[in-house]
Design a protein around this ligand. Structure first.
Ligand code: FES
Length: 387
């Protein structure tokens, strides 16, 4: 930490990324979903015309990268129309999907509409575990078939696997499966604790030993792939809770990224609905005004909002004080330093949480699946507690 760094005056540049969360509906029930717990409250989705208008506004604002996600974006019957419009506007488009709802015909239709990139998620290598984690018996086989179909259509095969204590010991099998499928790129993304994952974190957080074994196994696989001349990139993302320095979340609040939620709410990150803030919607305001003028986007821009310890730290222009959602979920104060930072006064509490994860071996009840019924129950419980 160095003494007194001058506050950075935010000069607001246009967003690069627009994430279109087309729907919160999803056929799967993953207990680590980052959607809000009360997703059922936002069932009124923007229609096709409204989404086309959002895309046009986003492109005019300067965004060049567009992600279609959810929920499961394939549930939207108008996805091909939206992809075609995005292509016409000049976006680079990425579909982030479970693969459920995809078939060869639809892969070809999306390709014809101009989709640039597809990322498919897997839950595990073992079909029984994958079915249990997704809450669906058919999903795993369909995902494997669609990963192959995507590659047959000329796309690189990009797979994403959320890693947690229930599948981390299978990481070698998961990589072997991706290798066998012919994947080009695999993201082994350790679970981060937002939304449903925060609710279920005691069921999901790996132990330190599990994490080390998984990292070692991934390293061995990288060497093995290289020795075979096999070009499959493995990314291994460590869980924040095991870090000592916070990540520069979203590249800084309101710096490069904006999310439009299914109902049209505009958020600075996909988890912002965890925060006690009001967010403007595209039904009331233009994206341009939301990006440049709204309280929601200006609230944590720059450094003036930071606690003094962050303002005086020579890392603050690199990590932006860490993640606002994580700070709120762990401390109840969204203006606090992210407790992942070892200089945070709350870091010791996070360490206690991590230590607890080392000794819990069997948890009763299992993780809470993400579905409308559990969403209503959890929301009602929370409302009762806060009333
Ligand atoms: Fe919301 Fe980091 S996920 S600020």
């Amino acid at each position: 930490m160095s003494a007194d760094h001058a506050s950075v005056v935010p000069s607001v540049t246009p967003p690069l990324w627009l994430l279109a969360e087309l729907t919160y509906r999803c056929p799967l029930q993953c207990s680590y979903c980052s959607n809000p717990i009360d997703f059922h409250r936002y069932s009124q989705e923007l229609d096709t015309q409204a989404w086309c208008d959002v895309l046009r506004q986003g492109r005019n604002l300067g965004a060049a990268q567009l992600g279609f996600s959810g929920g499961e974006p394939l549930i939207r019957k108008d996805l091909e129309v939206l992809v075609e419009e995005a292509r016409r506007l000049g976006f680079y488009t990425n579909l982030i999907t479970s693969g459920v709802g995809l078939d060869v015909k639809r892969v070809n239709a999306l390709s014809a509409a101009g989709l640039d990139h597809i990322q498919i998620s897997l839950q595990a290598a073992d079909p029984d575990l994958a079915s249990a984690l997704a809450g669906s018996k058919k999903a795993h086989a369909n995902k494997l078939a669609m990963a192959r179909a995507v590659k047959d259509a000329g796309y690189p095969m990009v797979l994403n696997v959320v890693i947690h204590r229930q599948n981390i010991d299978q990481i070698g099998d998961i990589i072997a499966l991706c290798d066998q499928l012919g994947a080009d790129e695999v993201e082994l993304a350790n679970c981060q604790y937002y939304g449903w994952a925060f609710l279920n974190r005691r069921q999901l957080m790996p132990t330190r030993d599990q994490l080390k074994r998984a990292e070692d196994e991934t390293r061995r696989w990288r060497e093995h792939l290289q020795a075979r001349g096999r070009d499959m990139t493995l990314h291994f993302v460590v869980p924040d809770y095991y870090e000592k320095q916070p990540k520069p979340c979203m590249g800084g609040w309101g710096s490069i990224f904006m999310t439009v939620a299914p109902d049209g709410a505009v958020l600075p990150c996909h988890s912002a609905r965890d925060l006690p803030m009001d967010f403007p919607t595209v039904n009331d305001l233009a994206l341009h005004d939301i990006w440049y003028q709204s309280d929601a986007f200006n609230r944590f821009r720059g450094t003036d909002w930071m606690p003094k310890r962050c303002q005086q730290c020579d890392q603050h222009s690199l990590d932006f004080g860490g993640c606002r959602c994580q700070a709120y979920l762990l401390t109840g104060d969204m203006t606090e330093t992210d407790p992942v930072c070892e200089l945070s006064p709350h870091h010791a509490e996070l360490e206690v949480m991590v230590e607890e994860a080392q000794i819990i071996t069997i948890l009763e009840g299992g993780a809470i699946p993400r579905n409308t019924h559990t969403a209503k129950t959890q929301t009602a419980n929370k409302d009762t507690k806060s009333s």
